[in-house]
Design a protein around this ligand. Structure first.
Ligand SMILES: Nc1ncnc2c1ncn2[C@@H]1O[C@H](COP(=O)(O)OP(=O)(O)OP(=O)(O)O)[C@@H](O)[C@H]1O
Ligand SMILES: [Mg+2]
Length: 318
């Protein structure tokens, strides 16, 4: 580990197709390329990040291994679920695979609550306690990864249901990926309200690392307008200066089940994600935006703890 503490970052936006999965796996690959270990958690029943990282959820079960559904249903720690895709990323990325069974997790847990409530020895409040415990299960499972990876990156499904809220409860930071094509102020207000509730009720430390504009064409005035609107809405400091340009390479990568870092013609795109990671790390080093905008530990501070580290210095220097 290069960071002093594991940073858990969730990519959250309930809008479909706004770059959650591509940002999660590309950021993981970027961290790995810069020498940081990453674990990707796939909370989406569509399992797109699991697929992209080369893990087959059904094959995983056939081999007697766990998927993320077991974290929710049987409280299995993520440390026992994580697998490293073979022959990729020099072992720097692990995956906690999703499974389509995740789509029924919420209903199955709610059944447990209903069963409890039919017991004459329990009250309505016991039901509430159990629901609360269910929402905390992902956090407890992910906490088993702390101290083992530099970053844990959570991909989420396109809604604000149980799987998304439990991911927000589990995280230290959230990143809001947005495409200019799908920019939706009302949707972002609902997301912000949900995050406020998560903070008040479960996770007061949850902070915005930044809004990430992807699928961005800087030559289009509409796209530039959306970028400006996002800066107005979130303040400029909270929108990443790094944008991810529109490119067909992402769809090609998605279809070939590889990350942009493995795409033979994806160098330019990969460099943008590496830039994003450097921006996150360097924000800490500069300290220009205050404590709440310091998504990752100051690399220099980490260095003073772990000694001389040439690669980390390269990151600081860009
Ligand atoms: N910078 C980009 N330029 C062009 N296409 C992109 C870019 N980033 C991602 N895409 C493509 O856009 C599509 C949607 O992206 P992605 O799957 O990451 O969104 P998502 O928010 O995870 O979707 P869902 O809500 O369904 O999970 C994918 O086909 C992806 O390859
Ligand atoms: Mg997705």
């Amino acid at each position: 580990m290069r960071f002093r503490e594991t940073q858990v970052i969730v990519f959250a936006n309930q809008k479909g197709g706004c770059g959650k999965t591509s940002s999660t796996i590309s950021t993981a690959a970027a961290f790995a390329s810069l020498g940081y270990s990453a674990c990707v958690i796939d909370t989406d029943p569509q399992c797109n990040s699991t697929d992209n990282l080369g893990i087959d959820p059904d094959e995983t079960l056939r081999q007697g291994k766990y998927t993320l559904a077991d974290a929710y249903l049987s409280k299995v720690p993520c440390s026992r679920i994580a697998v490293a895709p073979e022959g990729r990323f020099d072992g720097m990325i692990s995956v906690v695979p999703g499974h389509r069974a995740l789509s029924s997790v919420s209903a199955r847990l709610e059944n447990e609550v209903l069963t409890l409530l039919t017991d004459e020895n329990s009250s309505d409040l016991d039901g509430e306690d159990l629901r609360r415990e269910h929402r905390m299960r992902l956090k407890r499972s992910i906490d088993s990864l702390r101290g083992h990876y530099d970053v844990v990156l959570i991909d989420t499904p396109p809604n604000l249901d149980f799987l998304m809220t439990s991911a927000l409860i589990a995280a230290d930071w959230y990143i809001v990926p947005a495409f200019p094509s799908g920019y939706d102020l009302k949707g972002l207000e609902v997301l912000t309200r949900t995050i406020d509730k998560v903070r008040k009720q479960y996770n007061p430390k949850l902070n915005l690392a930044g809004v990430l504009l992807g699928n961005y064409d800087r030559t289009t005035s509409l796209d530039r307008q959306v970028h400006d609107l996002l800066k107005q809405r979130f303040t400029p400091a909270l929108v990443f200066a790094t944008t991810i340009a529109r490119s067909v390479r992402y769809r090609e990568a998605t279809m070939s089940r590889i990350t942009i870092f493995e795409h033979p013609e994806g160098k330019e795109q990969a460099a943008q994600y590496a830039g994003l990671v450097k921006e996150m790390v360097n924000r800490g080093a500069k300290g220009a935006f205050g404590a709440t905008l310091n998504p990752l530990p100051d690399v220099k501070t980490v260095e003073s703890v772990i000694g001389e580290d040439q690669a980390a210095q390269e990151v600081v220097n860009g």
